[in-house]
Design a protein around this ligand. Structure first.
Ligand SMILES: Nc1ncnc2c1ncn2[C@@H]1O[C@H](COP(=O)(O)OP(=O)(O)OP(=O)(O)O)[C@@H](O)[C@H]1O
Length: 268
Protein backbone atom coordinates (compact mmCIF):
# COMPACT_ATOMS: atom_id res chain seq x y z
CA UNK A 1 0.00 0.00 0.00
CA UNK A 2 1.45 3.37 -1.00
CA UNK A 3 1.17 5.99 1.73
CA UNK A 4 -0.98 9.07 1.20
CA UNK A 5 1.46 11.19 3.15
CA UNK A 6 4.98 10.61 4.26
CA UNK A 7 7.01 12.95 6.41
CA UNK A 8 10.72 12.44 6.93
CA UNK A 9 12.86 14.16 9.53
CA UNK A 10 10.73 17.31 9.71
CA UNK A 11 12.12 20.09 11.85
CA UNK A 12 10.61 23.50 12.43
CA UNK A 13 12.55 26.21 14.20
CA UNK A 14 11.04 29.62 14.86
CA UNK A 15 13.19 32.74 15.21
CA UNK A 16 16.28 30.73 14.37
CA UNK A 17 19.57 32.24 15.44
CA UNK A 18 17.97 34.69 17.89
CA UNK A 19 17.68 34.58 21.68
CA UNK A 20 14.08 33.50 21.22
CA UNK A 21 14.94 30.48 19.05
CA UNK A 22 12.24 27.84 19.45
CA UNK A 23 12.87 24.38 18.05
CA UNK A 24 9.26 23.25 17.80
CA UNK A 25 9.31 20.10 15.65
CA UNK A 26 12.29 17.86 16.28
CA UNK A 27 12.63 15.32 13.52
CA UNK A 28 9.10 14.08 12.85
CA UNK A 29 8.88 10.85 10.84
CA UNK A 30 5.34 9.89 9.94
CA UNK A 31 3.67 7.73 7.32
CA UNK A 32 -0.08 7.97 6.79
CA UNK A 33 -1.77 5.19 4.84
CA UNK A 34 -4.98 5.48 2.80
CA UNK A 35 -8.12 5.38 4.95
CA UNK A 36 -6.37 6.13 8.21
CA UNK A 37 -8.17 8.54 10.51
CA UNK A 38 -5.52 9.90 12.84
CA UNK A 39 -6.31 11.80 16.01
CA UNK A 40 -3.42 13.87 17.28
CA UNK A 41 -3.25 15.07 20.83
CA UNK A 42 -0.67 16.91 22.94
CA UNK A 43 -0.29 19.71 25.45
CA UNK A 44 -0.12 23.43 24.69
CA UNK A 45 2.85 24.22 22.51
CA UNK A 46 3.57 20.56 21.70
CA UNK A 47 3.69 21.46 18.00
CA UNK A 48 0.34 20.12 16.73
CA UNK A 49 -0.65 23.22 14.76
CA UNK A 50 2.91 23.61 13.50
CA UNK A 51 2.75 20.06 12.15
CA UNK A 52 -0.61 20.71 10.51
CA UNK A 53 0.65 23.99 9.03
CA UNK A 54 3.70 22.20 7.64
CA UNK A 55 1.52 19.54 5.99
CA UNK A 56 -0.86 22.16 4.54
CA UNK A 57 2.07 24.24 3.30
CA UNK A 58 1.07 27.27 5.37
CA UNK A 59 4.51 27.07 6.96
CA UNK A 60 7.59 26.59 4.77
CA UNK A 61 9.72 23.53 5.46
CA UNK A 62 13.47 24.07 5.51
CA UNK A 63 14.53 20.77 7.01
CA UNK A 64 12.76 17.55 6.14
CA UNK A 65 10.74 16.09 3.31
CA UNK A 66 6.97 15.84 2.80
CA UNK A 67 5.51 13.59 0.12
CA UNK A 68 1.89 13.32 -0.96
CA UNK A 69 1.02 10.17 -2.89
CA UNK A 70 4.71 9.63 -3.57
CA UNK A 71 5.27 13.14 -4.91
CA UNK A 72 7.61 15.54 -3.15
CA UNK A 73 5.50 18.54 -2.06
CA UNK A 74 8.00 20.00 0.42
CA UNK A 75 8.33 23.23 -1.56
CA UNK A 76 4.80 23.32 -2.97
CA UNK A 77 2.62 26.35 -2.14
CA UNK A 78 -0.41 26.16 0.13
CA UNK A 79 -2.71 26.92 -2.83
CA UNK A 80 -1.33 24.09 -4.92
CA UNK A 81 -1.62 21.66 -2.03
CA UNK A 82 -5.20 22.77 -1.40
CA UNK A 83 -6.24 20.89 -4.54
CA UNK A 84 -5.54 17.64 -2.71
CA UNK A 85 -5.47 18.62 0.96
CA UNK A 86 -8.52 20.26 2.53
CA UNK A 87 -8.59 21.83 5.94
CA UNK A 88 -11.23 22.69 8.51
CA UNK A 89 -10.27 25.27 11.13
CA UNK A 90 -11.46 25.81 14.69
CA UNK A 91 -13.21 29.07 13.86
CA UNK A 92 -16.47 28.42 11.97
CA UNK A 93 -16.02 31.83 10.31
CA UNK A 94 -12.91 30.70 8.47
CA UNK A 95 -14.38 27.88 6.42
CA UNK A 96 -17.26 29.62 4.70
CA UNK A 97 -17.93 32.93 2.99
CA UNK A 98 -20.42 34.61 5.34
CA UNK A 99 -21.98 36.97 2.82
CA UNK A 100 -22.70 34.19 0.36
CA UNK A 101 -25.60 31.80 0.47
CA UNK A 102 -25.34 28.12 1.35
CA UNK A 103 -25.57 27.10 -2.30
CA UNK A 104 -23.03 29.72 -3.40
CA UNK A 105 -20.58 28.37 -0.84
CA UNK A 106 -21.13 24.84 -2.10
CA UNK A 107 -20.67 26.03 -5.69
CA UNK A 108 -17.32 27.50 -4.64
CA UNK A 109 -16.32 24.20 -3.07
CA UNK A 110 -17.13 22.42 -6.32
CA UNK A 111 -14.66 24.72 -8.04
CA UNK A 112 -11.81 23.96 -5.63
CA UNK A 113 -8.54 23.91 -7.48
CA UNK A 114 -10.02 25.53 -10.60
CA UNK A 115 -9.98 29.14 -11.56
CA UNK A 116 -13.07 30.63 -9.95
CA UNK A 117 -13.71 33.10 -12.75
CA UNK A 118 -15.90 36.10 -12.07
CA UNK A 119 -19.31 34.65 -11.47
CA UNK A 120 -20.63 32.93 -8.39
CA UNK A 121 -23.62 31.74 -10.33
CA UNK A 122 -25.02 28.49 -9.04
CA UNK A 123 -25.80 26.17 -11.88
CA UNK A 124 -29.38 25.06 -11.47
CA UNK A 125 -28.28 21.58 -12.45
CA UNK A 126 -26.25 21.44 -9.25
CA UNK A 127 -29.13 22.31 -6.92
CA UNK A 128 -30.53 18.78 -6.56
CA UNK A 129 -27.00 17.56 -5.80
CA UNK A 130 -26.47 20.26 -3.15
CA UNK A 131 -29.86 19.47 -1.60
CA UNK A 132 -29.07 15.80 -1.46
CA UNK A 133 -25.67 16.45 0.12
CA UNK A 134 -27.11 18.87 2.69
CA UNK A 135 -29.78 16.36 3.59
CA UNK A 136 -27.11 13.90 4.73
CA UNK A 137 -26.11 16.41 7.43
CA UNK A 138 -29.51 15.99 9.10
CA UNK A 139 -29.69 19.64 10.11
CA UNK A 140 -32.51 20.74 7.82
CA UNK A 141 -30.08 22.76 5.73
CA UNK A 142 -31.45 21.32 2.50
CA UNK A 143 -34.32 23.82 2.88
CA UNK A 144 -31.97 26.77 3.35
CA UNK A 145 -30.03 26.77 0.09
CA UNK A 146 -30.51 30.50 -0.41
CA UNK A 147 -29.87 31.54 3.21
CA UNK A 148 -26.77 33.62 3.88
CA UNK A 149 -24.23 31.49 5.69
CA UNK A 150 -23.57 34.34 8.14
CA UNK A 151 -27.06 33.79 9.55
CA UNK A 152 -26.41 30.17 10.49
CA UNK A 153 -25.20 28.85 13.83
CA UNK A 154 -21.56 27.89 14.43
CA UNK A 155 -22.43 24.19 14.33
CA UNK A 156 -24.37 24.52 11.07
CA UNK A 157 -21.46 26.41 9.56
CA UNK A 158 -18.91 23.82 10.64
CA UNK A 159 -21.17 21.13 9.15
CA UNK A 160 -21.27 23.04 5.85
CA UNK A 161 -17.50 23.59 6.01
CA UNK A 162 -17.04 19.85 6.43
CA UNK A 163 -19.29 19.19 3.48
CA UNK A 164 -17.38 21.73 1.40
CA UNK A 165 -14.06 20.19 2.43
CA UNK A 166 -15.20 16.77 1.27
CA UNK A 167 -17.41 17.65 -1.72
CA UNK A 168 -14.55 16.88 -4.07
CA UNK A 169 -12.95 13.98 -2.32
CA UNK A 170 -9.59 15.28 -0.99
CA UNK A 171 -6.56 13.00 -0.70
CA UNK A 172 -6.19 14.20 2.87
CA UNK A 173 -8.41 16.20 5.20
CA UNK A 174 -6.87 18.19 8.04
CA UNK A 175 -9.17 18.92 10.97
CA UNK A 176 -7.71 21.60 13.22
CA UNK A 177 -9.65 21.38 16.51
CA UNK A 178 -12.68 21.94 14.35
CA UNK A 179 -15.21 21.35 17.14
CA UNK A 180 -13.40 23.22 19.94
CA UNK A 181 -15.41 26.43 19.53
CA UNK A 182 -18.77 24.64 19.71
CA UNK A 183 -20.88 23.76 22.75
CA UNK A 184 -20.57 20.10 23.87
CA UNK A 185 -23.80 18.92 22.22
CA UNK A 186 -23.10 20.61 18.88
CA UNK A 187 -19.50 19.44 19.07
CA UNK A 188 -20.72 15.83 19.37
CA UNK A 189 -23.08 16.31 16.39
CA UNK A 190 -20.25 17.70 14.25
CA UNK A 191 -17.84 14.97 15.41
CA UNK A 192 -20.35 12.24 14.52
CA UNK A 193 -20.87 13.89 11.16
CA UNK A 194 -17.11 14.04 10.64
CA UNK A 195 -16.83 10.32 11.34
CA UNK A 196 -19.72 9.56 8.97
CA UNK A 197 -18.24 11.59 6.09
CA UNK A 198 -14.81 10.04 6.61
CA UNK A 199 -16.27 6.50 6.76
CA UNK A 200 -18.56 6.90 3.77
CA UNK A 201 -15.92 8.40 1.51
CA UNK A 202 -13.09 6.37 3.01
CA UNK A 203 -11.12 9.52 3.52
CA UNK A 204 -7.68 9.82 5.02
CA UNK A 205 -7.90 12.26 7.90
CA UNK A 206 -5.68 13.98 10.42
CA UNK A 207 -7.47 15.58 13.36
CA UNK A 208 -5.94 17.76 16.07
CA UNK A 209 -7.90 17.71 19.31
CA UNK A 210 -7.45 18.77 22.92
CA UNK A 211 -10.13 16.37 23.99
CA UNK A 212 -8.72 13.03 25.10
CA UNK A 213 -12.11 11.35 24.96
CA UNK A 214 -12.50 12.43 21.33
CA UNK A 215 -8.98 11.28 20.53
CA UNK A 216 -9.81 7.85 21.93
CA UNK A 217 -13.37 7.53 20.66
CA UNK A 218 -12.81 8.59 17.06
CA UNK A 219 -10.30 7.57 14.46
CA UNK A 220 -8.24 4.50 13.68
CA UNK A 221 -4.88 5.73 14.96
CA UNK A 222 -3.81 7.98 17.81
CA UNK A 223 -0.67 10.05 17.95
CA UNK A 224 0.54 11.97 20.94
CA UNK A 225 2.99 14.81 20.46
CA UNK A 226 5.23 16.15 23.21
CA UNK A 227 7.79 18.92 22.80
CA UNK A 228 7.97 18.37 19.06
CA UNK A 229 8.33 14.59 19.14
CA UNK A 230 5.88 11.74 18.63
CA UNK A 231 5.76 9.91 21.97
CA UNK A 232 2.73 7.64 21.39
CA UNK A 233 1.54 6.14 18.10
CA UNK A 234 -1.14 3.46 18.36
CA UNK A 235 -3.58 1.98 15.89
CA UNK A 236 -5.93 -0.97 15.39
CA UNK A 237 -6.89 -3.03 18.44
CA UNK A 238 -4.31 -1.26 20.61
CA UNK A 239 -6.07 2.03 20.00
CA UNK A 240 -9.59 0.60 20.21
CA UNK A 241 -9.03 -0.81 23.69
CA UNK A 242 -7.07 2.11 25.05
CA UNK A 243 -8.36 3.94 28.14
CA UNK A 244 -7.52 7.45 29.29
CA UNK A 245 -5.53 6.01 32.20
CA UNK A 246 -3.45 3.76 29.93
CA UNK A 247 -2.81 6.64 27.55
CA UNK A 248 -1.56 8.80 30.40
CA UNK A 249 0.71 5.98 31.60
CA UNK A 250 2.08 5.47 28.09
CA UNK A 251 2.72 9.16 27.78
CA UNK A 252 4.63 9.17 31.06
CA UNK A 253 6.73 6.14 30.08
CA UNK A 254 7.65 7.50 26.66
CA UNK A 255 8.15 11.15 27.46
CA UNK A 256 9.64 10.83 30.92
CA UNK A 257 7.22 13.44 32.27
CA UNK A 258 3.83 13.35 33.89
CA UNK A 259 0.95 14.68 31.84
CA UNK A 260 -0.04 17.90 33.59
CA UNK A 261 -1.69 19.98 30.91
CA UNK A 262 -5.05 20.97 32.35
CA UNK A 263 -6.58 21.48 28.96
CA UNK A 264 -5.94 17.89 28.06
CA UNK A 265 -7.43 16.59 31.27
CA UNK A 266 -10.44 18.85 31.45
CA UNK A 267 -12.62 16.78 29.22
CA UNK A 268 -11.84 13.36 30.66
N1 LIG B 1 4.63 31.59 13.52
C1 LIG B 1 5.26 31.38 14.67
N2 LIG B 1 6.29 32.13 15.06
C2 LIG B 1 6.95 31.91 16.21
N3 LIG B 1 6.62 30.93 17.08
C3 LIG B 1 5.58 30.14 16.77
C4 LIG B 1 4.83 30.32 15.55
N4 LIG B 1 3.85 29.38 15.50
C5 LIG B 1 3.98 28.66 16.63
N5 LIG B 1 5.02 29.11 17.39
C6 LIG B 1 5.44 28.53 18.66
O1 LIG B 1 5.65 27.15 18.46
C7 LIG B 1 5.27 26.41 19.60
C8 LIG B 1 4.30 25.32 19.19
O2 LIG B 1 3.08 25.93 18.79
P1 LIG B 1 1.88 25.09 18.17
O3 LIG B 1 0.80 26.09 17.90
O4 LIG B 1 2.34 24.24 17.07
O5 LIG B 1 1.48 24.17 19.38
P2 LIG B 1 0.16 23.33 19.62
O6 LIG B 1 0.59 21.96 20.01
O7 LIG B 1 -0.73 23.45 18.46
O8 LIG B 1 -0.42 24.07 20.88
P3 LIG B 1 -1.91 24.49 21.29
O9 LIG B 1 -2.56 23.24 21.74
O10 LIG B 1 -1.69 25.46 22.38
O11 LIG B 1 -2.57 25.09 20.08
C9 LIG B 1 4.72 27.40 20.60
O12 LIG B 1 5.75 27.69 21.52
C10 LIG B 1 4.42 28.62 19.76
O13 LIG B 1 4.54 29.79 20.49
Amino acid sequence: MNPVLSIENLHQVFEEGTNNENHVLKGIDLTINPGEFITIIGGNGAGKSTLLNSIAGALPTKTGKIQLNGKDITKQSVIKRAKSISRVFQDPKLGTAVRLTVEENLALALKRGQSRGFGLAVKSANRPFFKEQLKTLNLGLEDRLTAEVGLLSGGQRQAITLLMATLQRPDLILLDEHTAALDPKTSKTVMDLTEKLIDEQQLTAFMVTHDMENALQYGTRLIMLHQGRIVVDLSGKEKENLTVGQLMDLFQQNSGTKLKDDQLLLNT
